[in-house]
Design a protein around this ligand. Sequence first.
Ligand code: UGA
Length: 439
Amino acid sequence: MRLTVIGTGYLGATHAACMAELGHEVLGVDVEPDRIAALRSGRLPFYEPGLDELVAKHVASGRLRFTTSYQEAAAFADVHFCCVGTPQRADGDGADLRYVDAVVETLAPFLERPAIVVGKSTVPVGTAARLSARLAELAPAGAAARIAWNPEFLREGYAVEDTLRPDRLVFGIDPAAPGTEAVLREVYATPLAEGVPVVVTDFPTAELVKTAANAFLATKISFINAMAEVCEATDADVTELSRALSFDTRIGGRFLNAGVGFGGGCLPKDIRAFRARAEELGAGRALAFLGEVDAINLRRRDRVVALAEELCGGEVTGRRVAVWGAAFKPESDDIRDSPALDVAARLRRRGAQVSVHDPRALDNARKRYPELDYATGALAAAQGADLVVHLTEWAEYRTLDPHAVAEVVSAPRLIDGRNALDAPSWRAAGWTVRPLGRP
Ligand code: UGA
């Protein structure tokens, strides 16, 4: 099939390359000429394992091309995936829909043949119905220009795998346009043939599946972090608690790792937008608990700052602090709402001299937080440090030799904000180790 993918960020670039891998002819569309120029030469503007190879492979095979022209997009295909971002609004908790709206406003006037615009962006419930009316109004094809909603569940770091072999597919279909289901089944023929389950439903349910999934994941993380707070009050161990819970298959162990909490471009803004939308719909009480999920999450960052002050004898002013990790999670260079950088910046504001290391995210971090110092290695960051704070659990930090690190710091004090380092071996090498939610 011929498809376009509009928006070439994490979601769109991955979707475009994976659709080409599934055998489709794909045109990626973006308004940023620099991004398009990079993609045309097979280069990605961000780090995602395996994706650069896939983009390069299909740029070379000719199945993946890029453009800044909506007119070209409309001429090329009759199925258009909308993969633009829906960040948090600057003036509140709701989602900023300007990019999604712009896709419909810009593309529609070129739609002269019957076409389907398939939304993948995470949007507040009700958006698909609104866009459907607007599309029919603006497109020369009128009501033959349709909307479908097909939310995306990919995780950064596993984006290619999650797109080629998703847990499930969700198709939100307009009952007035039942033919759109067959088109989506054709697009996803390969994963469907491999047995990936599909839920075919209406627009609002499809939109809600996505926000409900992210709300559940955020709640699970904040649940275990709330348990960590209680453990801290009683000298219990949250990692053993979590392990014991995980054997109950109704609970399960995934997303039950206590630590400095969730960040990134999705979970934090999605739970806020979900709650704001429920308020608008008069269902605010149903999601009031998400305010608490958010608050628990942010309190974990306060806890790390407080522990840092405690370990430095009351205040961090004038102290050298090494921060390991800048990305919001390992295997990503994404620093959006990164707990690690938030903590690093707070320590800096309290007068510490902060040196940050991350294997992938230093360039992004430097642009966003120029006031911090950056080191190209974990050991270099720790040089002369009064305190080391481990905040993103990259595998390379787990393989560091505690004795070697002890030799370069000025005091062997460690906060493990992800409960991922082997505390006994660090203690055996002379370190004072403070995990989160553990004695
Ligand atoms: C999340 C969802 O997991 C995806 O399913 C969804 O498609 C995506 O958002 C999206 O809406 O686009 P992602 O933001 O890539 O994916 O990251 P996650 O793997 O969910 O991690 C989110 C945060 O939670 C990270 O900061 C991670 O360190 C933290 N986390 C995760 C914990 O603190 N504890 C855990 O047990 C798991």
